[in-house]
Design a protein around this ligand. Sequence first.
Ligand SMILES: *Cc1c(COP(=O)(O)O)cnc(C)c1O
Length: 363
Amino acid sequence: MTTSTRVHNFCAGPCTLPVSVLEEVRDELLDFDGTGMSIIEASHRAPAYDAVHMNALADFRSLASVPDEFSILFLQGGASLQFAQVPMNLLADGETAGYVNSGTWGKKALGDARKVAPVYEAWTDAEGAFDRMPGTDEIEVSDGSRYLHLTSNETIGGIRFPELPSANVPLVTDMSSDFLSRPIDWDVHDLVYGGAQKNLGPAGLAVVIVRKDRLSSHGRDLSSYLDYATHDSNDSMANTPPMFAIYVMGKVLRWMQTEGGLATFEQRAAERASILYGAIDGSDGWYACPVDEASRSQMNIVFRLPDEDLEERFVAEAADAGMVNLKGHRSVGGIRASVYNALPVDSVRMLVDFMDGFRSAHG
Ligand SMILES: *Cc1c(COP(=O)(O)O)cnc(C)c1O
């Protein structure tokens, strides 16, 4: 398969990956670094894998400027397991935390945390539209809360915090769908987590970055996999790690470094978003973005067409033209273009050209 046969993939997750990374993986698949086997056949205790693993940890730290006071953990179970594992590890018996319910993912995080601890909803969209993020002054954090949980980008609703709100307690943020697309303010965080498959690599890996002094403060009798301390003290090799996902993410992190680091990706995200929102806003309302302007996501760009038949045709004709996975999430409908770190700006330009043509043909 040559690069020219590749589609423009607007999938919300797993995501499109850099071609250069995929080519490296292909080239190394039969013989990784002279070992005579692929990395997925190697022992996770072998020196070859150890180097891959430790480099991925180090590269994540340098790319995201993670301070020494934080531990970086590579875990399985996706971001979803973190909905339970976070409160298990950060809250002692009876302790509480606030959760911003900003949409599908914020709600799931809250729901699972409630099964573990007496946490509470610090904000929700009273109108039920979930088309905007709250301002700092709308979020109610009660006394004694150990943290405030946020979802930096709601993948389905297509909204994000342009800047994270401030709180008088540490933040815990699910960054799954805008992971490493902008710098992270570590001072305000106790923990950041996300699944790798929306911006950084294949599925099967979650990255958790947690302040070290919060490890083992829960006093709970957790099974070893569920206890962050287990992974911290074993460099995330307490059990067999998701080696292939870590290996590929490691390559993506290197690629991001070569491209110029987070500043580059923040700027590219802004460029992709401005091209796409520009096309929507310039269509005299034919394409319509249902999201509050200040909360518009730069990763998952949602819009509607005049009716559902047209939306269906749009998705089908775009696919014929090589642009796939544009159908909105089944819970909300419409169109969703996910434009993650590795999606070339040219793919967005092509989509916008297609949008113009489609409107001329059907408008
Ligand atoms: C996709 C997603 C999740 C769930 O991720 P899994 O890795 O599939 O468990 C959680 N939060 C957000 C914001 C997401 O986009």
